[in-house]
Design a protein around this ligand. Structure first.
Ligand code: ADP
Ligand code: MG
Length: 211
């Protein structure tokens, strides 16, 4: 079973990961966007960590929802509203329970992906964060349904996110700022898909560390 500490630890792990990769994310976004992705993600998840530190008695659903609201209000770029709605919708899917199991986690991540798609209207192959998130969620669902233990299921989900991330390189962007470049977006890895892979890896570490 996972609980509120799982959410707090996951958010802390994300904040650390995007901070460690801040310059890399900036560099990726500088090539096909405006170079702020590393700044947006670091600022956003630092704000999330601060917000959650004051809410330690919340349910997991409440904490994830708060994380989403905090991202929406602290990040100006596309990634703020996208990850913000994702975490809010994921939080709502977790409901009011004090704990959640593997199946509920899958449900929450599925809801998070649906929120990104509802808001951003990107489909697989548009060279966005969806290219990492969709295969990660699909893999996690398949593995959990097959009875794979969660740490292993999450490792495979993280690997799927990274495969999707690397597969954005030859694609032409069809959504977001990078789409303005047309064919010139080809040959570069999408920054949002890259931070998404970091976020899934952060979840894998969170769950592995609590077993
Ligand atoms: P901005 O593009 O406003 O500067 P960021 O640099 O923080 O915001 O985020 C850029 C990332 O957001 C892209 O690399 C892409 O993965 C993601 N993104 C942009 N538009 C969309 C969309 N419509 N749907 C899904 N993801 C998107
Ligand atoms: Mg940007």
């Amino acid at each position: 079973m996972m609980d509120a500490a799982t959410i707090t630890t996951w958010m802390n792990e994300i904040a650390g990961a995007v901070r460690a990769e801040r310059d890399y994310l900036i560099q990726l976004d500088a090539a096909i966007g405006d170079g702020d992705h590393g700044i947006n993600m670091t600022r956003g998840f630092d704000a999330v960590v601060r917000a959650l530190a004051q809410e330690e008695d919340g349910t997991p659903g409440k904490l994830l929802t708060l994380a989403g609201k905090t991202l929406v209000s602290s990040v100006g770029g596309a990634s703020g509203p996208l990850w913000g709605s994702a975490l809010r919708r994921g939080g709502r899917a977790l409901g009011d329970a004090p704990t959640f199991d593997d199946g509920k986690l899958v449900e929450a991540l599925q809801a998070a992906l649906a929120a990104v798609v509802d808001l951003g209207a990107a489909v697989l192959g548009d060279k966005t964060m969806v290219d990492a998130m969709d295969p990660a969620v699909a893999t996690l669902r398949r593995e959990v349904d097959a009875g794979t233990v969660l740490p292993v299921a999450l490792r495979r989900a993280a690997e799927a996110a990274e495969v999707g991330m690397r597969a954005t390189i030859p694609l032409q962007a069809r959504k977001g700022r990078a789409s303005y470049l047309g064919e010139r977006s080809i040959g570069h890895q999408d920054p949002g898909a890259t931070s998404t892979a970091l976020i899934v890896r952060a979840l894998e570490r969170t769950v592995a560390g609590s077993q």
